[in-house]
Design a protein around this ligand. Structure first.
Ligand code: BTN
Length: 221
């Protein structure tokens, strides 16, 4: 297993912003993990806030890369889902990498590229779950006894496993865990059938007789 250089904080603005600052000032190295017990300016996808009280997991991982890899999102989602499975839960993945339990969001991922690095921000609700207007939320403590250090250890092991796995096996596992496969979902206001992901990591949906490939957009279930 690859080791991580772990930087831990009690409360900072955002582990993600901290990681970007490290890249900008030249102190970022591959496999750095920035972990905070709480954040006062946690960020989610689509410029949403990520409410970050003490008791949950907030971490940003810096990985050196040679090029952008759209399939990374799936490996990360599978790694988080397997981590949650190891606590006896039954998670599902909502494309591309929201993690749900019983239909409510328990974890989110923010993937951002910066120079020669990709920064993977992961938030997992453990002891509290915020009320969010757009979706239902839940927390891991509802299902299992969780120690945050143990959770972080299991997560890093799974990240290493799935980020180095062949995409074929990532895809197979992602499809097994995906929510809403072969069902109708809303994409840009239209009903489409969720088919799966292709070799390049695009989401495949069916609209009547035609198949569409979706890259980095939002679908509603
Ligand atoms: C989402 O919108 O689903 C993504 C949420 C990502 C939250 C994590 S918490 C650790 C890292 N720091 C942040 O400010 N955001 C990410």
């Amino acid at each position: 297993m690859a080791g991580y250089k772990v930087l831990s904080f009690d409360k900072i603005s955002s582990t993600q912003t901290y990681a970007h600052d490290m890249v900008a000032n030249g102190t970022a190295i591959d496999h750095t993990a920035i972990v905070a017990a709480a954040q006062y300016a946690g960020r989610g996808r689509y410029r949403r806030k990520w409410v970050s009280h003490h008791g949950n997991l907030y971490a940003s991982f810096i990985f050196r890369i040679s090029e952008r890899e759209p399939r990374l999102a799936y490996a990360i989602a599978v790694a988080i889902a397997e981590t949650l499975i190891s606590f006896g839960t039954n998670p599902q993945i909502k494309w591309p990498n929201d993690i749900l339990i019983d239909g409510a969001k328990i974890a989110g991922v923010l993937i951002e590229y910066a120079g020669r690095f990709v920064i993977v921000g992961i938030g997992i609700n453990v002891h509290s779950n915020p009320t969010v207007a757009e979706y239902k939320t839940t927390k891991l403590a509802k299902y299992a006894d969780v120690d945050l250090t143990d959770l972080f250890g299991r997560l890093t092991k799974n990240l290493d496993k799935w980020m180095t796995a062949e995409f074929d096996s990532v895809r197979r596992e992602w499809m097994t865990l995906a929510a809403g496969l072969n069902r109708l979902v809303k994409y840009r206001g239209e009903s489409v059938e969720l088919i799966g992901i292709n070799d390049n990591g695009a989401l495949v949906v069916r609209r009547g007789p035609e198949y569409l490939l979706i890259h980095g957009d939002e679908i509603l279930m």
